[in-house]
Design a protein around this ligand. Structure first.
Ligand SMILES: *Cc1c(COP(=O)(O)O)cnc(C)c1O
Length: 393
């Protein structure tokens, strides 16, 4: 791979390892183990692995390695470790860095399961956690202390789409030597400039845009070679959150069309958000690409594209929101995002059901809030579907 290749070219050719047969499409090495010519070779490989050597699929596998190298090439990160799901990635990234007595500062606006790790699991192991409003730089400044070991955020939060200023927070964190950990799912690898902005550890749920066709669960953690090989890999290879080779193959194929899909979905999402803003059935439309979005400027600077998801608040609360969801014909009711199929979600009763009413209110997850992940259908068809459904509100 040449250094001059653009991310879009890397997404097609990055990380490829051809077998002796010279196959065009990446091979699926559906094997958990590897044989050795001699006992000496086995002993040698357990001491140190060469580039093309593997010992056990929990540690690494050729198909999974292709996925890791391709994603690292798109992201501009030195290295990557693939995981069984996005949550396995979040868990491993945080658990591999933190230990009892450490202090973590985290944005409060998080996906339900991320919040569970930060609020419930880490404190159980003696990690002190301070939650802040991710969009409030003064709150980060006040919370970060000389003994802060790491900061954590969703760069664009789920589902209220708050955009966190990664560059500014990285600067604050690095002043005290804290590691910056970003869940970058909503930014997608297409719009991510996380490495350049100062993020040390970048997490994706590959289940979302990287697969993009609703087939497989997967995740990835990216960072410097030192972090991935010396901190993350020992944790993951001994705790077993590895991605399966079959999933890695699905994700490799997903990456080939990632750029095209994400850009087309973003264009449609932007069009829908602009068309829906001011609709009489809605009290607000949230999309980082709209001038009305409080962090529109940060999003423009940080991503250069605004993503495939928008949210809107239906007047009349949960009942009205349910009427809208039930009246949709093209858009499906589900909870994935980044999919080729447009998907509508009611976060208050599904993905964020576990939270208290107060916490939901604080995070902007009102009873009427609907998250819309825009797919690859024609934007005019989606708009007609939404217009018709909103009339049912
Ligand atoms: C979906 C999601 C996850 C979890 O990913 P899974 O692949 O479902 O485990 C983590 N963070 C964010 C922001 C997500 O949207």
């Amino acid at each position: 791979m040449s250094d001059d290749w653009s991310p879009r070219t890397r997404a097609v050719h990055g990380g490829i390892r051809r077998s002796q047969y010279g196959e065009v499409s990446e091979a699926i090495f559906l094997t958990q183990g590897f044989v050795y010519d001699t006992a000496e070779q086995a002993a040698q490989r357990f001491q140190a692995l060469g580039e093309d050597e593997f010992i056990y699929a929990r540690y690494g596998n050729p198909t999974v390695r292709m996925f890791e190298e391709r994603l690292a090439a798109i992201e501009g990160a030195e290295d990557c470790f693939a995981t069984a799901s996005g949550m396995a990635a979040v868990n491993a990234a945080l658990m591999s860095i933190l230990k009892a007595g450490d202090h973590l500062v985290s944005a409060r606006a998080l996906f339900g399961s991320c919040l569970y790790i930060v609020e419930e699991i880490l404190p159980r192991f003696g990690v002190e956690v301070t939650l802040v409003d991710g969009t409030d730089l003064d709150a980060w400044r006040a919370a970060i202390r000389p003994d802060t070991a790491a900061v954590f955020m969703e760069t664009v939060s789920n589902p209220a789409l708050e955009v966190v200023d990664v560059e500014a927070i990285s600067r604050l964190a690095h002043e005290v030597g804290a590691t910056v950990v970003c869940d970058n799912v909503f930014a997608t690898p297409v719009y991510s400039r996380a490495v350049e902005l100062g993020a040390d550890v970048i997490i994706y749920s590959a289940t979302k845009h990287i697969d993009g066709q609703g087939r497989a669960l997967g995740g990835a953690v990216l960072g410097s070679r030192d972090y991935v090989r010396k901190v993350l890999e020992p944790y993951l290879k001994h705790t077993g959150g590895a991605m399966s080779p079959f999933t890695a193959w699905v994700m490799l194929k997903g990456m080939e069309t990632l750029d095209l899909r994400v850009r087309a979905q973003t264009e449609a999402a932007h069009r829908l958000a602009a068309a829906l803003e001011g609709h009489k059935a809605l009290s607000r439309v949230i999309y980082p690409g709209l001038d009305s979005h409080p962090q529109h400027g940060v999003a423009a600077r940080q991503m250069g594209g605004f993503g495939t998801v928008l949210s809107f608040d239906v007047k009349g609360g949960q009942e009205a929101a349910f009427r809208v969801l039930n009246a949709l014909e093209i858009v499906t009711i589900s909870n994935n995002l980044g999919d080729a199929k447009s998907i509508a979600t009611h976060p208050a009763t599904t993905t964020h059901q576990r939270l208290s009413e107060e916490m939901r209110a604080e995070l902007g997850i009102s009873p009427g809030l609907v998250r819309l992940s825009v797919g690859l259908e024609a934007a005019e068809d989606l708009l007609a579907d939404l217009d018709r459904a909103l009339a049912a509100a």
